[in-house]
Design a protein around this ligand. Structure first.
Ligand SMILES: Cc1cc2nc3c(=O)[nH]c(=O)nc-3n(C[C@H](O)[C@H](O)[C@H](O)COP(=O)(O)OP(=O)(O)OC[C@H]3O[C@@H](n4cnc5c(N)ncnc54)[C@H](O)[C@@H]3O)c2cc1C
Length: 402
């Protein structure tokens, strides 16, 4: 009987095990993970789970009973220490396990700042349920919080910290929020949300960390009770690297999520398609898991999907679909208290950012899948759903000749 071993019992690991069964894989599946909890999804850790509005049970991606019913062996609280590629086996805390196919789904860990001891004692970062539990306990005690890093995680954590009543300062070295991934239009909206919630923004500022326990910002000195670091993630590629697989800020894979070893895949946050930026998202964890499972079961590769990401920013839900380049034509639609911004190349929709306008994201998805041109006049009419504002082929040729 064939055996697939999955290292990492997180979101991608669980999705790979479930996809294998979905695709009819009848062999043995073993999922090995360091954490004591069954595989769970992390997005709520910085949102509802931290704020105690979403219980842990709602995050679980593969409950032990379901795993058992599907014949998936879950080995939790178990560390994989070494891969022996020549022998097609790996070493765990309790001995050797052989595999026919190995899927690495080891995720990553928060990047940490080299803080002096007096500040390091006050600092924390978030990746696991245990981290979220610890930050919640510390937020209850903290009157002042500094969040370092104004990306998705930092902006969410700043707003959640405000909901605990703390005074919050958010420091970002770039001149705008989420600058690495968001267009300027969105960065501006995110800044408005933060300011409206009472977060004090310090954009384009490089903090100095003093041994006496203060954070220097120009002439000002902050002495918070709690520091939350949200300055990125380091991929867990050490196991793969030690086994001689190519890594470069992630385990290098091809479009099937296969490494240079035909028996070893890498998926989720730890994987990096050679030549592309590493993708850390809920969507990629699931998609890459299905891609690897399809390859193992000799199924066609699942179709690539436009990139999609969501974030909860206080009371607002933000979604980004596709590509949102600054050079694109941008059309803003104000719908009730929500807003969306369409990104067009000519009359073709290439991306959409939606703030509390979920219908526009769903419609934009349909439009992009149709690969048809939009009628730029009709999309300004907010009553018209985007997918009903498509030009027919003759109109498109007449309005936008090649
Ligand atoms: C706080 C937070 C909020 C987020 N919010 C969003 C969001 O709003 N939207 C979005 O799209 N994405 C969000 N993400 C990103 C998303 O959660 C990740 O992209 C996703 O979890 C990646 O899944 P993964 O399985 O690759 O990694 P993980 O879920 O991290 O799982 C990896 C697992 O592998 C285990 N492991 C590592 N090494 C070993 C080893 N040697 N032996 C055994 N086990 C090992 C780890 O302990 C871990 O349990 C968020 C992430 C975090 C941390």
């Amino acid at each position: 009987m064939e055996t697939v071993v999955i290292v990492g019992a997180g979101q991608a690991g669980a999705a790979a095990a479930l996809s294998l069964r979905d695709f009819g894989f009848a062999g043995a599946i073993e999922v090995i993970g360091q954490e004591p909890d069954p595989p769970y999804e992390r997005p709520e850790l910085s949102k509802g789970y931290l704020a105690e509005t979403v219980p842990f049970g709602a995050l679980v991606a593969l409950a032990p009973e379901k795993a058992e019913a599907l014949g998936i062996t879950l080995r939790l609280f178990c560390d994989v220490r070494e891969i022996d590629r020549a022998g097609a086996r790996l070493r765990t805390d309790s001995g050797w396990t052989r595999y026919d196919h190995l899927i690495l789904a080891t995720g990553g860990q928060p990047r940490r700042l080299p803080l002096p001891e007096a500040l390091a004692r006050k600092a924390c970062a978030i990746r696991t349920r245990a981290d979220a539990d610890q930050i919640r306990a510390r937020l209850r005690q903290a009157a002042s919080v500094v969040v370092i890093g104004g990306g998705w995680l930092g902006t969410e954590l700043a707003l959640t910290a405000r909901s605990f009543g703390a005074q919050v300062d958010l420091i970002e070295t770039a001149p705008r929020l989420c600058a690495r991934v968001a267009p300027v239009w969105l960065s501006d909206r995110l800044a408005e949300i933060q300011t409206a919630a009472g977060v004090r923004l310090h954009l384009g500022q490089v903090p100095g960390f003093e041994a006496q326990g203060a954070i220097r910002l120009g002439p000002a000195r902050l002495q918070p009770d709690l520091i939350v670091e949200a300055v990125g993630m380091i991929a867990h590629d050490g196991l793969a690297r030690a086994a001689g697989l190519d890594c470069d800020d992630g385990i290098l894979v091809d479009s099937h999520n296969l490494t240079a070893d035909p028996a070893i895949f890498a998926i989720g946050d730890c994987a990096k398609v050679a030549g592309e930026a590493r993708c850390e998202s809920w969507q990629y964890a699931n998609h890459s898991a299905r891609v690897a499972a399809a390859r193992i079961t000799a199924r066609p590769r699942p179709k690539p999907e436009p990139r999609w990401f969501w974030s909860v920013q206080g009371a607002s839900r933000v979604q980004m679909l596709g590509e949102c380049p600054e050079g694109a034509v941008q059309i803003v639609r104000q719908i009730g208290r929500g807003q969306s911004c369409l990104f067009l190349s000519g009359a073709m929709l290439v991306g959409c950012v939606a703030i509390d306008t979920p219908r526009d994201i769903a419609e934009a998805r349909k439009v992009m899948a149709s690969r048809r041109a939009l009628d730029l006049d009709r999309i300004r009419d907010l009553k018209v759903p985007l997918s009903q504002a498509l030009l027919d082929v003759r109109e498109a040729v007449a309005n936008y000749p090649a």
